[in-house]
Design a protein. Structure first.
Length: 254
């Protein structure tokens, strides 16, 4: 860590949280929970290091990692998103083993944000850890949690999107209000690398994003029609409900 940046820097922060970990820990004994977490966290930690990231914190079922800590270049956003996709693949491959050994399935939610950070070596009770602080960290953490609302796996903000939009397939999801942010935050769902092309996913992505355009133009019926074409999707269901509520709020009832 001697070459890590200390002070002001720009980087990408990744937050990962295991879905329904409380429910999993209720099924398992404390020792089984430890074995479960170790079997999961070891390969995820390898993912972070393989994409030149650094784990700042591991808290039971959660990981916070930073990318860009040892160099100032734009690759940190690409590396972080590719790491997130690799993590999801690792968990998918682990699932049969975990179900066989522990009788529980596994998935995760990941949030990523790129922006200014303050990096430092933080000393607490004699233990020194390298970590980063700032609004970027808070947004990444919030995005991880917001996945639950939309039933998505990986969410990024617009800054990350600006770096990776030509190399990784995403879906523009919504604009949301986050406490502490003066403006609405545009968020995107990360889908896959281009080599994983799936025509069905692309068609649903295009219909959803067209519906989103209609939504922000106040064309509620046109938006609903688009979202209905991908109605098995939780985000589409939420947008349909928002369209119907906005129609009902019109002076003539829509």
């Amino acid at each position: 860590m001697k070459d890590f940046i200390v002070g002001d820097m720009e980087g990408t922060v990744l937050f990962l949280d295991i879905k329904n970990f409380l429910g999993i820990s209720e099924i398992l004994t404390p020792r089984e929970t430890y074995l479960f977490v170790k079997k999961v966290m070891d390969p995820l930690a390898l993912c972070v290091s393989s994409f030149s990231g650094h784990i700042c914190q591991v808290q039971g079922d959660a990981i916070m990692a930073v990318f860009g800590q040892d160099s100032q270049n734009s690759e940190h956003a690409h590396n972080a998103v590719k790491c997130a996709l690799k993590m999801m693949r690792e968990l998918e491959e682990l699932n049969p083993v975990l179900i066989n050994q522990f009788k529980v399935p596994l998935s995760a939610r990941i949030g990523l944000c790129t922006g200014p950070l303050y990096a430092c070596f933080f000393d607490m009770n004699g233990n020194t850890e390298y970590t980063v602080m700032g609004k970027t960290v808070n947004i990444a953490s919030r995005l991880q949690k917001i996945n639950k609302k939309y039933e998505t796996n990986i969410l990024i903000d617009e800054t990350v999107f600006g770096y990776i939009k030509r190399n990784i397939v995403t879906r523009r999801l919504d604009m949301i209000d986050i406490d502490g942010c003066s403006e609405l935050l545009r968020i995107y769902e990360v889908l896959y690398m281009p080599e994983g092309y799936d025509r069905g996913i692309i068609l649903r992505k295009e219909r959803y994003e067209q519906g989103l355009e209609y939504y922000f133009q106040g064309k509620w019926d046109e938006a609903i029609d688009c979202f209905l074409q991908v109605s098995e999707d939780r985000a589409s269901y939420l947008m349909i409900e928002k369209c119907r509520q906005n129609k009902a709020d019109l002076p003539d009832g829509g």
